[in-house]
Design a protein around this ligand. Structure first.
Ligand code: SF4
Length: 293
């Protein structure tokens, strides 16, 4: 029973329903933890992957729910298994001590933050600690980021849209743009951000607008990760233009804008590369593996 669940406002949806009493809000999370998958992962950006991989923990449910989601079996449909806080602590302990991962990478953690903190405290009492990566859509409340600052050593946030009409159409989030941009600004001031910009088919202009926001309103030093790995998934298979892939011309248009905007920190992906491995921009980042295990 967590006080934060009694009238849940952990994400910008602010459902204010009582998860302790069995009600479920937009994300569909209950009053306990639910995980889909966990393990070392070598496909993140080099500073996150590190030497031994990033200890990814994929939480079931999601606060954004995009029509093109590649993770719909657990983000939309809630696949996975219910676990206790003690079990989450055990998973995190194994990742840290057996797999020797570089960090705990919390993928879509927001509905479960109070329970994740409990697991962290169990491990802290044992002297087990690692940096936390908060890996999300960027659709976060800054008040909650502030409250759970201890779970955010690296903010791996997306900027998916630059227009709310698109955010509403594809992710039912009419306030996505200002909300995610505030989250990125918070991350730049308070922790280490990496901002992911996924190029969507037919929306390369929005990716460029998101990069322009970073360059002009946050800092040209922010590490950015421009991604071309979009493939039509889930409902997007029948929604043009999301029903096709990103063209090489669209992707290059976005990559070319990086130089024009003076963004030199971060990575792009090789277009059409089988492993979509990261290619380093500038010279300020540690190189690393782009292979996904
Ligand atoms: S975490 Fe889930 S229940 Fe809580 S406000 Fe967000 S969508 Fe609603």
């Amino acid at each position: 029973m967590k006080a934060e669940f009694a009238s849940c406002e952990l994400c910008p949806r602010r459902c204010r329903i009582d998860r302790n009493a069995g009600f479920r809000g937009f994300c569909g999370a209950g009053d306990g933890l639910r995980l889909f998958r966990w393990g070392p992962h070598f496909g993140e950006e080099p500073p996150v992957t590190g030497k031994n991989g990033s200890g990814c923990i994929f939480f079931s449910r999601c606060t954004l729910k995009c029509v093109y989601c590649q993770n719909s079996p657990w983000s939309w449909k809630g696949g996975g298994e219910d676990v206790t806080v003690a079990r989450l602590a055990e998973i995190m302990r194994d990742l840290a001590l057996k797999d020797k991962v570089s960090n705990w990478n919390l993928v879509s953690p927001t509905p479960y933050l109070p329970l994740i903190r409990e697991a962290k405290e169990i491990l802290a009492a044992e002297g087990v600690s690692l940096p936390f990566v908060w890996n999300s859509s960027g659709y976060e409340r800054t008040e909650i980021l502030e409250e759970y600052r201890d779970l955010c050593d690296i903010a791996l946030f997306d900027l998916r849209y630059s227009r709310n009409e698109t955010a509403m159409r594809y992710s039912s989030a009419k306030d996505y743009v200002e909300t995610a941009r505030r989250a990125v600004e918070w991350a730049w001031k308070n922790t280490k951000p990496i901002v992911r910009v996924l190029v969507l088919p037919g929306h390369a202009d929005e990716a460029i607008e998101s990069l322009a926001f970073i360059a002009n309103r946050v800092s040209r030093e922010v590490p950015v990760s421009v991604m071309c790995q979009y493939v039509p998934s889930f409902m997007a298979k029948t929604i043009p233009p999301l029903s096709r892939g990103v063209t090489e011309a669209e992707y290059h248009q976005v990559v070319e804008s990086l130089e024009l905007l003076g963004l030199e920190n971060g990575w792009t992906q090789g277009f059409g590369a089988a492993d979509a491995s990261n290619v380093m921009l500038g010279e300020n980042m540690e190189p690393g593996s782009g292979t996904i295990r």
